[in-house]
Design a protein. Structure first.
Length: 189
């Protein structure tokens, strides 16, 4: 059975890096990085929430199609209590695929430092860094709070504190969780 692996968490905890590596090391796995795709929507800088909503709808269609072919999808995407629903899980259900959610976390100070220090990989990274680190921005703190509220209602979500982990250690922990889970990924990794 196909599996949607949802890597949840705030900015700069390693979601995209782990997703790229999972896809690179497991043929047929689609890395569905919506943050990288949002720049394809005209006007995204002027209205990021609307562009993200359009991108999310495109991503949902792509995920359902890919899962429907029996292939897995890794989705590095923040979903919090701010969102209307845990939509990634609904996508997996619609595609009749397994769903695994792993929250990659970091404490507030580590998270703030990573946002400031990480080199941007694409234009959306630059935009998000500016939004998260502006002198009057409390966005990162709100994200952490919204994520904590979301995860409080999601006991099945595995959690990895990346605060003191290297990228390699984070990736290894994610693989260990996938191996130990009940999804079809247990046999693949």
């Amino acid at each position: 059975m196909a599996c949607l692996i949802h890597l949840n968490g705030p900015s700069r905890v390693g979601k995209s890096t782990v997703a790229r590596r999972l896809a690179a090391e497991h043929p047929g796995v689609l890395n569905l990085d919506l943050d990288a795709m949002v720049a394809e929507v005209d006007g995204w800088r002027d209205d990021f929430p609307s562009a993200l909503a359009v991108t999310r709808q495109r991503g949902i269609a792509i995920a359902i199609d890919h899962l429907g072919t029996g292939n897995d999808v890794v989705l590095p995407q923040l979903i919090t209590s701010f969102d209307a629903s845990p939509w990634a899980e609904a996508v997996a259900a619609q595609a009749r695929a397994d769903y695994v959610e792993i929250a990659l976390l970091a404490d507030g100070d580590v998270s703030r430092n990573r946002v400031r220090e990480k080199e941007a990989e694409h234009a959306v990274d630059v935009y998000l860094r500016e939004a998260l680190t502006g002198s009057d921005s409390d966005l990162l703190e709100r994200i952490h709070g919204d994520l904590a509220r979301y995860l409080a209602d999601r006991p099945a979500t595995a959690r990895v504190d990346t605060s003191a982990l290297t990228v390699e250690q984070t990736y290894s922990r994610v693989l260990d969780l996938l191996r130990s889970g009940t999804s079809s990924w247990g046999a693949l990794v």
